[in-house]
Design a protein around this ligand. Structure first.
Ligand code: MLC
Ligand code: AMP
Length: 500
């Protein structure tokens, strides 16, 4: 039986006694033990009624079992669907009703609420931060061997939700080939091998931490220092014995803010990679001055995996995201027609890395994925004569805070539902730690309403990272002659206030 992703990422390690994961408590897990755990979990999934093609929703802490669950979903032919642990019940209700999973795995403290949402339509198993729960208990007594379910390159491997400009999240359908082709390109380009030790401090419910970091490490057989989250002291402690780090720009600005960061500390480090949000040229320059390392910036999206990368050997130019990955084509277009090098246009991308469309949303898919195979990213860029890409802006109304994407429309919809609110505009302002932070300007109906009263109604609906850091009451929103709210004006006027 062949299973495209399982056979490349997991099966080759079945008898590999080399070290794979080192956890925060010092636990070390070798590759063979990890693969054995995948087998046990695959039995639990099968017993829970998970069939090939079924969705397995996972909202669980960052543990060895969580990443093994990803392998188990792939081995059973299921579709892995990880969710941000910060999502509220309102948000979860949407994802679960849209994806109709066969199984939901969650922290025990959310079991009751999630069972109520599932209402018998999906099984619910638990996996808590201390590693206990019904999932692990069931797995512990199962066989480690499992007959891998056959899956072809075009079969779905994962469904990752990404917020949308309409306010509703869209499930990006990613195939085995999408994930494997990208992991292979990146492993090759960044020269990742079994001699590497990766600092992994990213969450594992997004493309960056799950696919870019874990899939490349698995493909190469690298060691992973698997941290529960970003902790400056832990990273400083681990840098002298690691070779590779992948992070969002906030990781690098936080490291720069620590006096312990210098060339000595990072001596064995081979490569620092940044992505998911723009890396300021200043961060790039300061990091080089302090450590001697030029951060390698790359660019990607949930729908496309990684699209471009600065070169490993060759100039890593601050403020650019480098060249199209091998096997990936990029066109810069204006109304669908390619523009010449040096001109600004929409970044469009085609290749094995590009997703299969949005789950249950054929109209949205048709709007963003052309018949020619090109995907319209919503990012604006320039291509130089030699093919180097710079991102110069976004056509989509999007805020990126600490590497998390936040779509203003989703927050505006919740604010506008508050009694007494006439309308609102949500936008991003520069923030020293998160790059951008969320601000809301609100126009009230003829009523007195304090910002705190609005916040109290809005915030239980939305994950913490989406909460506006400031709510400002205004008499009106600035509009252009077409009646469209001028968010650029709001951003300029409030740029200073957001930094606090
Ligand atoms: C945490 N908080 C955030 C936040 N992260 N608020 C806004 N934006 C964020 N990104 C909240 C916390 O809930 C907390 O709330 C407060 O801010 C301060 O928390 P903290 O302790 O300083 O945050 P920390 O836990 O250190 O997290 C910061 C971070 C984290 C930057 C390490 O957000 C992170 O790991 N970001 C990476 C996201 C990511 O993986 N993106 C990739 C997407 S894939 P309170 O209640 O205390 O005020 C993608 C494609 C691609 O984009 O190209 O890669
Ligand atoms: P997501 O929808 O969470 O996958 O986020 C994808 C978006 O993040 C892209 O469309 C870009 O706008 C942004 N992004 C990712 N990497 C970079 C980068 N290196 N520089 C600027 N923006 C980036």
């Amino acid at each position: 039986m062949t299973n495209t992703l399982y056979d490349a990422l997991f099966a080759p390690h079945a008898t590999n006694d080399e070290l794979f994961l080192t956890l925060d408590d010092g636990t070390q897990v070798c590759y063979a033990r990890f693969v054995a755990r995948i087998g046990q979990l695959a039995h639990v999934l099968r017993d829970a009624g998970v069939n090939p093609g079924d969705r397995v929703v996972v909202q669980a802490p960052k543990l060895m079992d969580t990443i093994a669950l990803y392998g188990a979903a792939i081995q059973t032919g299921a579709v892995y669907l990880p969710l941000n642990t910060a999502y509220t019940q309102t948000e979860l209700r949407y994802f679960i009703s849209d994806a109709t999973p066969a199984l939901v795995v969650c922290d025990a403290q959310n079991e009751q609420a999630i069972s109520a949402i599932c209402d018998g339509a999906a099984q619910v198993l638990t996996l808590s931060a201390d590693g206990t729960g019904s999932l692990s208990t069931r797995a512990d007594t199962r066989d480690t061997g499992f007959d891998t379910v056959a899956r072809r390159p075009d079969d779905l491997a994962a469904l990752l939700y990404t917020s949308g400009t309409t306010g509703r999240s869209k499930g990006a359908m990613l195939s085995h080939k999408n994930l494997l082709s990208n992991a292979a390109s990146l492993t090759d380009l960044w020269q990742i091998t079994d001699q590497d030790r990766l600092i992994h401090a990213l969450p594992i419910f997004h493309t960056h931490g799950l696919f870019v970091a874990m899939n490349t490490a698995l493909l190469a057989g690298a060691q992973v220092r698997f941290m529960a989250g970003f902790d400056l002291d832990t990273i400083v402690r681990e840098l002298p014995s690691s070779t590779l780090m992948m992070g969002v720009p906030t990781f690098y600005t936080r490291l720069l803010g620590d006096p312990r960061l210098d060339a000595d500390l990072v001596k064995p480090m081979r490569l620092f990679i940044s992505g998911s949000a723009p890396l300021l040229a200043e961060t790039h320059t300061d990091f080089e001055a302090r450590t001697g390392h030029r951060i390698l910036e790359r660019y990607g999206m949930t729908e496309t995996n990684m699209i471009t990368s600065n070169p490993y050997d060759g100039a890593r130019v601050a403020g650019t995201v480098g060249y199209a990955l091998p096997g990936t084509e990029i066109e810069i277009t204006d109304a669908g027609t390619p523009v010449p090098p040096g001109e600004i246009g929409m970044i469009e991308v085609r290749g094995d890395n590009v997703f299969q469309g949005y789950w249950n949303m054929p109209e949205k898919t048709a709007e963003e994925l052309r018949d020619t195979g090109f995907f319209i990213t919503g990012d604006l860029g320039i291509k130089s004569e030699d093919g180097r890409i710079s991102i110069v802006g976004r056509q989509k109304d999007l805020i990126i805070s600490g590497g998390y994407n936040i779509y203003p429309k989703e927050i505006e919809d919740v604010i506008n539902d508050v009694d007494g609110v006439l309308e609102s505009a949500v936008f991003g302002v520069p923030h020293p730690d998160f790059g951008e932070s969320v601000m809301a300007v609100i126009v009230l109906e003829n009523i007195e309403l304090a910002p705190e009263q609005i916040a109290a109604q809005v915030e239980p609906e939305l994950a913490r990272f989406k909460h506006p850091r400031q709510y400002i009451i205004a008499d009106a929103l600035p509009r252009n002659t077409m009646g469209k709210v001028q968010k650029n004006v709001l951003r300029e006027v409030h740029a200073e206030t957001g930094a606090h």
